[in-house]
Design a protein around this ligand. Structure first.
Ligand code: HSE
Length: 302
């Protein structure tokens, strides 16, 4: 039996944090809310101007996700209208498509009373997205460290992330497929060793809320940064300048084009203001981790 007349909230996310390529995700306090109501046809209404280019029918990613889950769990999916409000920048490296998939999973869970466990949601999301980092954090909030192998997933969820961050967001969008397309097919064993070591220390440091060490490790990626960084104006200069401001470490947010910097708690506003003045090409602002993952906000009978 289906229900509608409820809202879902989903956070933005940043993926990788440097060496945690496809495996580490962190939820951020920018949100999308989706109001779900019964309808005669499937449709999505985007309230924000920036989202007007997205598809609004059955080829919309949120709807595709709901229908896919209905199919996997053998449920009849009656149409719903989804009214979406969001301040997650589109195509800027904050997991907007993972947030759409996470929204679809939570909506389907509610509509079809599936009572999915966190593990089932995270596995479904990773299968639909193709990698685990953004979607796991969008579903659970906080930081998620995942090992995804197609049919199975193992992960550790760290909810209370006590860090402070600055992001630099350029005016252009960048497709994840384009940014992944420039990565090599293989890397040297020595690079894999260095990356594994950095990712291990990064994970341990985040679990201890030691962002000074985590920031250092964010700059020790050996899998993607060196191939991608040419896409982001002033990458090395921003990294060096942010250090003079006391930042712990800078890396690409997800596949880009935005950059994310870990900073000492209490310094984010000032560092963001300095970066904005020095690198006006980017919009620069402070941001925090979100404890909130994708969840149902309210229920009313439609
Ligand atoms: N891990 C992904 C990448 C994140 O860097 O390509 C973007 O989806």
């Amino acid at each position: 039996m289906e229900r509608s007349g409820f809202s879902v909230i989903v956070p933005a996310t940043t993926a990788n944090l440097g060496p945690g390529f496809d495996s580490i995700g962190l939820a951020l306090n920018l949100y999308m809310t989706v109001e779900v109501s019964s309808s005669k046809q499937w449709q999505v209404i985007y309230e924000d101007e920036a989202f007007q280019g997205l598809t609004t029918g059955e080829d919309n990613l949120i709807i595709e996700t709901i229908q896919e889950i209905a199919c996997r769990y053998d449920k009849k999916a009656d149409p719903v209208t989804l009214s979406v409000q969001s301040n997650i920048p589109l195509g800027k490296g904050f997991g907007s498509s993972a947030s759409a998939i996470a929204a679809g999973i939570v909506i389907a869970d509610e509509l079809f009373s599936l009572h999915l466990t966190d593990k089932e949601k995270v596995l479904l999301g990773s299968q639909l997205e193709g990698h685990a980092d953004n979607v796991s954090a969008a579903l659970l909030g906080g930081a998620v460290f995942a090992y995804f192998a197609g049919e199975n997933i193992d992960f550790v969820h760290h909810k209370d992330v006590a860090g402070a961050f600055v992001v630099l967001v350029p005016p252009n969008e960048l497709k994840t497929t384009e940014s992944r397309g420039i990565l090599p097919e293989t890397i040297a064993h020595a690079d894999a060793v260095q990356n594994g070591s950095a990712s291990a220390v990064l994970t341990a440091a985040i679990l201890e809320n030691d962002w000074q060490t985590a920031g250092k490790m964010m700059e020790k990626d050996h899998l993607h940064e060196q191939y991608r960084k040419g896409l982001f104006p002033s990458f090395d200069d921003i990294r060096a300048f942010s250090k003079t401001l006391g930042a712990y470490g800078m890396t690409i947010s997800g596949a880009g084009p935005s950059l994310i910097i870990a900073v000492e708690v209490g310094t984010a506003e000032e560092i963001a203001a300095q970066l904005k003045k020095t690198y006006p090409y980017y919009d620069s602002f402070s941001i925090e981790a979100s404890q909130v993952g994708a969840s149902v906000l309210s229920k009313e009978k439609a």
